[in-house]
Design a protein around this ligand. Structure first.
Ligand code: C5P
Length: 241
């Protein structure tokens, strides 16, 4: 089922999360130049630097996953997506919990940017249930369903909205791949080599497990960015995939 993605070299399926300040992000990116294809800009880096960080990383030759997890009324999300796409990001996130109409508005915002600025449409993917939530956390906000069922429900909403894929835990990748089909993006953070520490990630999985469950891409931060030899750390992860 995931054969489409298996044809892509593993190093192009690893997204390096740059959760740091501007100078460190550029230093890390430069240290991985020619080896890594994708980097991820999250809220910490983006709110510190603005769209120029996307432009700078694109200038270094990377594809940029802009992980801003948009969640607002559809009108606002349409505009925010249009603005974010204008920065040149290749992949963007919205919260699937924002609903089908909101996700469709994100797709419209991306199309607005494509026609306004003549740029390629990035992939828009939906965050299902954050991996920091467990069943008791969901109950606190009125969701009685188990997290796995909630993830599947949100996966169906992502499919109905016509998004390009999802972000989920490796443990949910198989179920979502089944719902979304073979060509969908299934991006999984929370990935660690069996030999490394899990940091603050609760339900970690190895790269081979994540890919085996149908992940199209894995997100890896600290095991690469904080390694003494980042290129070696990246290569070890790529080899396992
Ligand atoms: O350093 P580490 O590999 O734990 O970084 C994982 C990255 O994936 C971070 O940027 C984090 O924000 C992101 N992420 C996550 N869990 C999610 C969604 C995103 O760890 N459910």
């Amino acid at each position: 089922m995931v054969d489409d993605f298996k044809k892509i070299p593993t190093n192009e399926r690893i997204i390096v999360a740059l959760d740091c300040d501007h100078d460190e992000a550029l230093a890390i990116a430069e240290s991985l130049s020619g080896l890594a294809t994708w980097v991820k800009v999250g809220m910490t880096l983006y709110y510190a630097c603005g769209p120029r960080i996307v432009e700078e990383l694109k200038g270094l030759g990377f594809k940029v996953f802009l992980d801003l997890k948009l969640f607002d009324i559809p009108h606002q999300v349409r505009g925010a997506t249009c603005s974010a796409v204008a920065s040149g990001a290749d992949m963007l996130t919205v919260h699937a919990s924002g609903g089908i109409e909101m996700m469709q508005a994100a797709m419209e915002g991306a199309s607005d940017a494509v026609s306004r600025y003549g740029i390629d449409k990035p992939s828009i993917i939906g965050v299902t249930v954050l991996t920091s939530f467990d069943d008791s956390g969901l109950r606190q906000i009125g969701i009685e369903r188990a997290s796995g069922e909630q993830v599947a429900l949100l996966g169906s909403c992502v499919a109905q909205a016509g998004l390009d894929g999802v972000v989920c835990s490796p443990h949910e990748a198989y179920a979502l791949r089944s719902i979304l089909g073979p060509s969908s993006l299934v991006v999984t953070p929370g990935v660690r080599l069996a030999s490394s520490t899990s940091d603050d990630q609760k339900r970690v999985a190895t790269p081979s497990f994540a890919f085996g469950q149908g992940a199209s891409h894995i997100v890896v931060g600290r095991p690469i960015t904080q390694a003494q030899d980042r290129r070696k750390a990246f290569e070890q992860i790529a080899q396992e995939g």
